[in-house]
Ligand binder design. Structure first.
Ligand code: SAM
Length: 231
């Protein structure tokens, strides 16, 4: 369970309604039962439930079980797409171990604004389900592609998913730090494609002969990358 407060031994942590309901009524846990929690800062801890009735509960933090996980330093840069689909990308990026999710505004991006709270909630739920003890960072506001390229950090590979052709992704996978860049449903414009290719860190990669939806391309690329180079 994710607890958004720095954890220390012996701390008493109040749970919100949803968390209390999940533990007491969905998981049917009761006072004294053990729970594994993480705060995305200090690592994973064992805690015990102290419940007051069926709706209120708190946790008493016991022992630290391990450090905050070290995930591969892989960013997923994706042009925002329709709500249900970007929610899927956020959820799967969390499961797959992405370190940072960067929404990118491109010429053909149709979704101008994101709901970072909703995306973060999907990432937390996915992390709890798959046992992560670190959450992906989420850049709340879409970054303009030009700005992203102009400020590209030295030493980070820019793996650009290019449906017009590129080296097979598995061949381009190399140890992090790296970023995978996925275009919007309408694709990158030719000018954008040229600007990306002009970035010294950029490697154009193919995800195969078929044109994938943006969310499929994002998740397939991250999965292939993690299998080939995720340390
Ligand atoms: N230009 C596409 C078309 O003709 O329909 C639209 C873009 S595609 C729906 C969305 C994004 O997914 C692309 O910008 C690219 O980043 C990625 N993508 C999709 N299929 C791909 C492939 N086979 N290889 C590499 N990238 C791909």
């Amino acid at each position: 369970l994710f607890v958004d407060a720095p954890l220390t031994e012996g701390a008493s942590v109040p749970l919100d309604r949803a968390q209390a309901n999940y533990l007491l009524n969905v998981m049917r846990l009761k006072t004294g039962d053990a729970v594994r929690i993480f705060d995305d800062r200090t690592g994973e801890w064992a805690a015990r439930i102290e419940s007051e009735g069926r709706r209120d509960a708190r946790l008493v933090v016991a022992t630290r079980l391990g450090p905050r996980e070290a995930v591969p330093d892989l960013w997923l840069c994706v042009a925002p797409i329709k709500r249900a689909r970007i929610d899927l990308v956020a959820e799967k990026a969390s499961e797959l171990g992405v370190a940072r999710l960067v929404p990118v505004a491109t010429r053909r991006t149709v979704i101008e604004r994101l709901n970072p709270e909703r995306l973060r909630a999907h990432m937390i739920e996915a992390a709890e389900q798959c046992g992560r003890t670190a959450l992906p960072e989420l850049v709340a506001e879409p970054v303009k592609l030009e700005r992203l390229l102009a400020d590209w950090p030295a030493g980070r590979a820019l793996i650009f998913a290019d449906e017009t052709g590129g080296v097979p992704l598995a061949k381009a996978a190399r140890p992090c730090p790296a970023a995978i860049l996925i275009g919007p449903e309408g694709g990158f414009t030719p000018e954008e494609r040229d600007a990306i290719r002009a970035c010294p860190a950029a490697v154009g990669v193919s995800l195969g002969p078929r044109i994938l939806r943006a969310e499929t391309a994002a998740l397939a690329a991250v999965a292939v990358w993690m299998a080939a180079a995720g340390d």
